[in-house]
Ligand binder design. Structure first.
Ligand SMILES: Cc1cc2nc3c(=O)[nH]c(=O)nc-3n(C[C@H](O)[C@H](O)[C@H](O)COP(=O)(O)O)c2cc1C
Length: 322
């Protein structure tokens, strides 16, 4: 079993009595443009890319150059793949080594219809034999890189056979979004299951990362201590506060506007027109929020098509610092 960077971070954090803190993979969110912002505000212990289609990468689609891009500052960084063809996971794992990623994660929890239709993401929960084959082929291609899986508690119901199936393989780390596929993101995460899964994972010599609804660093530390987890993964919490991993509160409106301009600049550099600018709209509320005139600015920002438009709108704010 290859533990790679996971072992080093786990040893360090265990000695400090703290969990490994991870920024969750999020499609159209955790590209380099945003990871750079998070790294500046307060770096997590581990970054993940957004999920990337093995089939799409091997097809040579140009957009993957942007999605696979990272800088040293984001290391350790794990690339997350989805798909259903074991041979493609093998090839993508080899590519991940060449590109300098620190780990490879397999998505076995995404409920997106287009992903499931291909037999990937959460559809693999219903096909445990294929899931094991995919893990084996990824491991065969991964060399010295550790392989992990991110999944859910089950498909329609909590399914310990599924968890055991994953723990019987040679993955180093298992991350569990503590909901079933059926629950999507609607029901509260089942943290009460976390302790039992952590025990199983530790018996199998694997790290267990818990995920779902965690909104502060203190909450992550408390849950990790209570359930004896190795780490906690944060998704939507970062939308409320880009300084999440530093434990600091939201910075001033001026600082946040500065960050928004940097984020938009990063986005244009990374994608040079290859991704729709509208993807950025979900971020406006992070940066432009909680001060007088913020709502009106956001309404205007929604019509922006590029960095110039964003700057033109932001210049109207008294918090804009030229
Ligand atoms: C916008 C968005 C995109 C997501 N994309 C991915 C993804 O690419 N891969 C993945 O494994 N999970 C993805 N997820 C799920 C998150 O990684 C995480 O499991 C989920 O949001 C629960 O954690 P949270 O309550 O901390 O947000 C996504 C979630 C959101 C909100």
């Amino acid at each position: 079993m290859v533990y790679g960077f996971w072992k080093k971070i786990n040893t360090l954090r265990r000695a400090q009595g703290k969990p490994i803190m991870i920024l969750a993979p999020m499609a159209n969110v955790t590209d380099w443009a945003f990871r750079d912002i998070v790294a500046r505000c307060g770096k997590p212990d581990v970054f993940y890319t957004e999920f990337l289609s093995c089939d799409g990468i091997l097809h040579g689609s140009k957009k993957f150059e942007g999605e696979l891009y990272f800088k040293k500052k984001e290391k350790p960084i794990v690339v997350q793949f989805f798909g259903s063809k074991p041979e493609n996971f093998y090839k993508c794992a080899q590519m991940a080594q060449e590109l300098g990623f620190d780990g490879i994660d397999i998505n076995m929890g995404c409920p997106d219809k287009s992903v499931e239709k291909q037999g990937g993401g959460a559809a693999l929960i219903r096909n445990p034999a294929l899931a094991v084959k995919i893990i084996k082929e990824t491991l065969r291609g991964s060399g010295k890189l550790p392989v992990s899986v991110k999944t859910r508690l089950g498909f329609n119901k909590i399914d310990y056979d599924w968890i055991d199936n994953l723990l019987s393989t040679d993955i180093a780390t298992l991350s569990v979004h503590l909901r079933t596929r059926k629950e999507m993101s609607k029901a509260p995460a089942h943290w009460e299951e976390a302790g039992k899964i952590a025990k199983k994972a530790h018996r199998a010599d694997k790290l267990l990362i818990g995920n779902g609804d965690v909104l502060s660093l203190d909450e992550a530390r408390e849950k990790s201590r209570f359930y004896d987890l190795d780490g906690v993964m944060i998704g939507r919490g970062i939308f409320q506060n880009p300084w999440f991993f530093s434990g600091k509160k939201l910075d001033s409106p001026q600082k946040r506007i500065e960050l928004l301009i940097r984020h938009v600049g990063n986005f244009e550099k990374l994608w040079t027109g290859g991704k729709n600018f509208d993807v950025l709209k979900r971020f406006f509320k992070i940066y432009v929020n909680g001060f007088e005139g913020a709502k009106e600015l956001r309404v205007e920002l929604m019509a922006a098509k590029n960095k110039e438009d964003v700057l033109r709108v932001l210049k109207k704010s008294r918090h804009f610092d030229s």
